[in-house]
Ligand binder design. Sequence first.
Ligand code: NAI
Ligand code: MG
Length: 352
Amino acid sequence: RTHRIAVIPGDGIGQEVMPEALRTLHAAADRFGFALDLLEIPWASCDWYQAHGEMMPADWKAQLQGVDAILFGAVGWPATVPDHISLWGSLLKFRREFDQYINLRPARLFDGVPCPLANRRPGDIDMLIVRENTEGEYTKLGGIMFEGTEREIVIQESVFSRVGSERVLRYAFEQAMRRPRRHLTVATKSNGIAISMPWWDALADRIGAEYPQVTVDKQHIDILSARFVLQPQRFDVVVATNLFGDILSDLGPACTGTIGLAPSANLNPERRFPSLFEPVHGSAPDIFGRNIANPIAMVWSAALMLDVLGERAAHDAIVGAIEAVLRDGPRTPDLGGAASTTALGEAIAAAL
Ligand code: NAI
Ligand code: MG
């Protein structure tokens, strides 16, 4: 079997961590007997923008025709291109035009990584955050009336479609079924947001009835956030609307030590369009060019990609190799060590 992957390093440390993800992918392909057909993409970067006046060529979709997945480094170089141009011109186009309605972010506390929370031990944090990625609170519906007068009013609408909410809830239940604890936390705020959130809760109940093996815990987003910090061991799979999920999916990884570990997947689960896999972090201009970025978030993102492409064993082996390297070293500076990006990448590939 052959997987055709579009490889987009993008900007800054995206260019430094991507080679380590490819090194791991090649090692996994050798060990597990699949082939890689890599399509290297120079656009979706600020360098491309400076040369061409746009982030991506007009025929970007045609160029990606037939790829099984997109592996993405990071985009953004604020010194030369404003962030709203670089992000809306690339990453956000992929998410919306490829209907990548699930944003999946695992957060784990690993052995060997100092935890910023008091009294936390490896194993205490092992959660999967499922964020709705295409609708909800993030819309351009609304407006400002009586602008500049004392009667000025601003209205910003949220949009929750039945289809959009059902599909993300169902996806979260399916993920919970795949994990040993079979526990799902549903983020809500039905005590304050009086129309959409009670509706969301009722939908969760209805879909939950199809998954009697999954234990469901509905929590208001305020106390849920507090418990992420105080009792992270309570959480297994967490599902949330776009805004709440956006916040939780930064808070969760933040509780596990370094942003350099956090992977993410932007999924179109039906595979009508390619899904996109990327580290949570950005291009990190402050450390670019020194070969000290932690490549683990990128490598783990590549492992998530293999899982979605049906290579579960390869995914598990890569995560095992990451665990071994975090435990035994070498470590990049964000983990308290002095090793290079390359050294860490080589160690992961060797452990594999
Ligand atoms: P950032 O994630 O690039 O960096 C934040 C801090 O974390 C920096 O101090 C950086 O050195 C550190 N850091 C990030 N990744 C690391 C790694 N792998 N190893 C060690 N340390 C790491 O966020 P920032 O500085 O706000 O944004 C920089 C640029 O990246 C901007 O243009 C921003 O728009 C873009 N960005 C792009 C994202 C994407 O492509 N998905 C996500 C977040 C930001
Ligand atoms: Mg965010």
